[in-house]
Design a protein around this ligand. Structure first.
Ligand SMILES: [Zn+2]
Length: 227
């Protein structure tokens, strides 16, 4: 977890959104909850999807200009659609079930249904809370990234979350601190490897210490991902 490119899903949202205006009047009998869904999708795309897409597009261009081995891999995954980047408000219901266990969503309300609805609506207070807790979140081939970050942080988060996708982190047991340590260390290394091809021993050690600290891995021996 910390902090991806959308292709098919966002294009679909965009086409649905255009239908809200272009197709109003059609199917009035079906108005109601599905109509509200379209409005939410339109707002999500306008306020979070489009700004995020612009940053990811710039990040991709930066990877092309100054390629590293890992950077080229990330670009390849994005271009092939094997990593799908979305804003948090476009989260699927399946992914939300995992997300709500990992992130405090109380700023969106008390119940999961309310939290999901208000996350989809992109309500300001709740989104601010999410964005302060996580830069990004990965599940399957989906990467959800905060849309309010600097270009640099967006690029690094893209590297971090893509590493999780490549290692299928969602299939691993993060209740085991050794697993969290290995996976988050790999993802933290990816944030650097997107800028340059090698890390010094000092940098490696600093990343390991940061992972221990950030994920509160108090059962692990200092300087290692083991007990
Ligand atoms: Zn992570």
């Amino acid at each position: 977890m910390t902090g991806g490119v959308r292709t098919v899903t966002l294009l679909l949202l965009a086409s649905l959104a255009s239908c809200v205006t272009a197709c109003s009047g059609a199917g009035e009998a079906a108005m109601g909850s599905s109509d509200e869904e379209l409005v939410l999708a339109q707002r999500c795309e306008r306020d979070f999807g489009a700004p995020l897409r612009a940053k990811v597009s710039k990040a991709r261009a930066a990877l092309e200009r100054s390629p590293t081995r890992f950077g080229a891999e990330v670009r390849g995954e994005l271009d092939a659609g094997r990593v799908k980047v979305l804003p948090f408000c476009a989260m699927t219901s399946d992914h939300f079930e995992h997300f709500r266990k990992d992130v405090d969503l109380s700023a969106f309300g008390a119940t999961p249904d309310e939290q999901r609805r208000r996350l989809r609506a992109g309500e300001t207070r709740g989104m601010r809370s999410v964005h302060t807790q996580v830069y990004g979140y990965q599940w399957d081939d989906h990467v959800y990234i905060a849309s309010n970050m600097s270009q640099e942080l967006t690029l690094e988060t893209l590297g971090h979350e893509t590493r999780h996708v490549l290692r299928r982190a969602h299939e691993r047991n993060f209740n085991d601190q050794r697993v969290t340590c290995v996976e988050e260390l790999e993802a933290a290394r990816a944030e650097v490897l997107i800028h340059k091809d090698t890390l010094t021993a000092t940098e490696e050690r600093a990343l390991l210490d940061r992972v221990h600290d950030l994920y509160e891995l108090d059962k692990l021996a200092s300087g290692s991902c083991g007990y």
